[in-house]
Design a protein around this ligand. Structure first.
Ligand SMILES: *[C@@H]1O[C@H](CO)[C@@H](O)[C@H](O)[C@H]1NC(C)=O
Ligand SMILES: *[C@@H]1O[C@H](CO)[C@@H](O)[C@H](O)[C@H]1NC(C)=O
Ligand SMILES: *[C@@H]1O[C@H](CO)[C@@H](O)[C@H](O)[C@H]1NC(C)=O
Ligand SMILES: *[C@@H]1O[C@H](CO)[C@@H](O)[C@H](O)[C@H]1NC(C)=O
Ligand SMILES: *[C@@H]1O[C@H](CO)[C@@H](O)[C@H](O)[C@H]1NC(C)=O
Ligand SMILES: *[C@@H]1O[C@H](CO)[C@@H](O)[C@H](O)[C@H]1NC(C)=O
Ligand SMILES: *[C@@H]1O[C@H](CO)[C@@H](O)[C@H](O)[C@H]1NC(C)=O
Ligand SMILES: *[C@@H]1O[C@H](CO)[C@@H](O)[C@H](O)[C@H]1NC(C)=O
Ligand SMILES: *[C@@H]1O[C@H](CO)[C@@H](O)[C@H](O)[C@H]1NC(C)=O
Length: 470
């Protein structure tokens, strides 16, 4: 260790602080694991939720309270770290993960904590449900917790909403973006909310073997295509307004919509047979091609709707790269025929990500824009999480024997790591704004970005912002 490194380590209170840029030998599993460990450590260095007086599960206050990231983003950190544990076996963060997830599960175990109502939309709730489902499927060790039950509860609230939309004949069905009528964005139906509902259905179907979930996933998928949000060539558009009967389609394409649909199709492919399986296989193939062509043209993830425009990537969009990386990786597992096409891109993607990891106090923090090929002075939680996912998914061979469990094969106590996840202290209620009301506007101030996103949340979003981008 060089002298400078020592003082750096002392300053940051971190023994594992490295001196130089993140160096990875991509031919070595050990090297990839060691780098992932550093990147995970740096990601967690931003997390305060497990400290006294802070709120577990969240990445700080939401933007309308002066913070940086919305409520849903916490779920991305937990999903990323569950995968980190799954691929590397490092259980250092397992209890922090369980505590965070469980604290946000809400009084009804369906990820609708009253504190979050001001920004809580169907996709947000869905992403937390997806993180819990992932914990179930990967046998995340927290033996006393029925993770899949949390996901099932999310699905149950959403299927009721979907049925209500069908009954009301607004756009012939489909989930709205927002859950509460008082929230701006309740009049918008979007792809990502429906994709999250499909994803949960696809996974609960595989988990339980109960056909009801698969039927609903199929039904919501059909709605997405009928309404024109998902095209024949597998472009996934953002959404449209109820007032226009969903004909005013905003054709902006965000990678995470296509990514989530791809992973859903892979889960459905994996559990079906015959003609049904053929149908899902075609969708897996089509979406894989679209995603690799549109978002990975140069071999690494480039978020076409916002990168390259000054500050056009909103805080939400900063998380998409890691999410899509993980969608692609589980597609390889569930639909192995995609392996050749996807795996080589995962490698070039990780190489591009790591090139940016030369910044921050310890000279190894990563940044968001992989196209720049170097650190660009911007580093924060999403950049660390994106790079962490990019690295961990390269460890496919480490998990090929583990597979993805179902309720019948699940064995969360079977692992040797035994991380104790019963860290819930779960009051989960908080400031008692009860059900429904809240939706407190809190002003405007869209921050003047390119003016579109699925989730410029409450009060930030005004209907006119949804001008088509493309
Ligand atoms: C919070 O979690 C981090 C990461 O595991 C850990 O280093 C830190 O000690 C924890 N803080 C508290 C107060 O438990
Ligand atoms: C599942 O969640 C429901 C709703 O909160 C709860 O009533 C039930 O006890 C839970 N079941 C398990 C096994 O955790
Ligand atoms: C998983 O199986 C157990 C035992 O059959 C059952 O009690 C439980 O409800 C199932 N969980 C889900 C989410 O279906
Ligand atoms: C709304 O659109 C759906 C299909 O997209 C169509 O079936 C329905 O008739 C339309 N309703 C109105 C009132 O135009
Ligand atoms: C299948 O799942 C649906 C939706 O949760 C539930 O209503 C139904 O009872 C389940 N069927 C069986 C046989 O468990
Ligand atoms: C990044 O920081 C370096 C060192 O402080 C500085 O020289 C450079 O101009 C900065 N670049 C940008 C794009 O801000
Ligand atoms: C389903 O997924 C598992 C991974 O858990 C994989 O081993 C299996 O080959 C997949 N099935 C099909 C039909 O591709
Ligand atoms: C986990 O920790 C809690 C509290 O420290 C303890 O009560 C529980 O028995 C532990 N569970 C396991 C599976 O180790
Ligand atoms: C809700 O807010 C209260 C007060 O800040 C906090 O104590 C509680 O942990 C929060 N609950 C959730 C689920 O975030």
């Amino acid at each position: 260790m060089k002298q400078g490194a020592l003082s750096l380590a002392v300053l940051s209170g971190a023994v594992s602080t490295a001196w130089a840029a993140l160096n990875v030998d991509f031919g070595s599993t050990d090297s990839i694991k060691a780098a992932a460990k550093d990147v995970a450590f740096d990601a967690l260095s931003y997390y305060k939720g497990n400290e006294s007086g802070e709120i577990p599960g969240l990445l700080g206050d939401e933007p309308f309270l002066g913070g940086k990231y919305y409520w849903w983003s916490g779920s991305v950190q937990w999903s990323t770290l569950i995968d980190y544990w799954y691929y590397t076996g490092d259980d250092s963060y397992n209890s922090v993960v369980s505590q965070g997830l469980l604290h946000q599960r809400g009084p009804n175990n369906d990820f609708m904590p009253p504190n979050a109502t001001a920004s809580l939309s169907n996709d947000d709730q869905g992403f937390w449900g997806i993180a819990a489902m992932q914990a179930a499927e990967l046998d995340f060790p927290a033996s006393s917790i029925d993770w899949a039950n949390l996901s099932r509860n999310v699905w149950t609230t959403q299927v009721r909403r979907f049925q209500q939309e069908e009954k009301d004949e607004t756009c012939d069905g489909g989930l709205r973006w927002q859950i509460l009528p008082t929230n701006v964005g309740f009049d918008y139906k979007n792809t990502i909310s429906n994709a999250a509902f499909i994803n949960l259905g696809a996974r609960l179907g595989r988990w339980t073997g109960n056909a009801t979930y698969v039927e609903w996933a199929d039904r919501a998928w059909t709605w997405l295509t009928d309404i024109g949000f998902l095209t024949e060539d597998f472009s996934a558009y953002d959404g449209a307004h109820v007032g226009a009967n969903c004909t005013d389609i905003n054709k902006a394409e965000f990678s995470y919509s296509a990514g989530l649909l791809l992973q859903s199709a892979a889960f459905l492919y994996n559990q079906t047979t015959g003609d049904d399986q053929k149908r899902w296989r075609d969708r897996v193939t089509g979406l894989t091609k679209t995603i690799l062509d549109k978002f990975f043209e140069e071999g690494y993830h480039y978020e076409i709707a916002c990168e390259g425009r000054d500050d056009a990537c909103t805080p939400d969009m900063l998380f998409f790269k890691g999410m899509v990386t993980r969608n692609l990786a589980s597609t390889v597992q569930l639909a192995p025929f995609t392996k050749d096409a996807i795996s080589k891109v995962l490698k070039t993607n990780a190489e591009a990500a790591v090139k940016t990891c030369t910044g921050g106090d310890n000279n190894r923090q990563c940044s968001f824009s992989w196209a720049k090929g170097k650190f660009d002075n911007e580093t924060d939680i999403p950049s660390q999480l994106n790079t962490l996912s990019a690295l961990t998914v390269l460890l496919q061979d480490e998990v090929s024997q583990k597979g993805i469990a179902t309720n019948a094969t699940s064995n969360p106590d079977g692992g040797s790591d035994g991380g104790n996840g019963s860290g819930s202290n779960g009051n989960g209620n908080g400031n008692g704004n009860g059900q429904g009301q809240n939706g407190n506007g809190n002003g405007n101030g869209d921050g003047g970005s390119a003016g579109t996103t699925t989730r410029v949340t409450v009060g930030v979003l005004v209907a006119g912002l949804f001008a088509a981008l493309l």
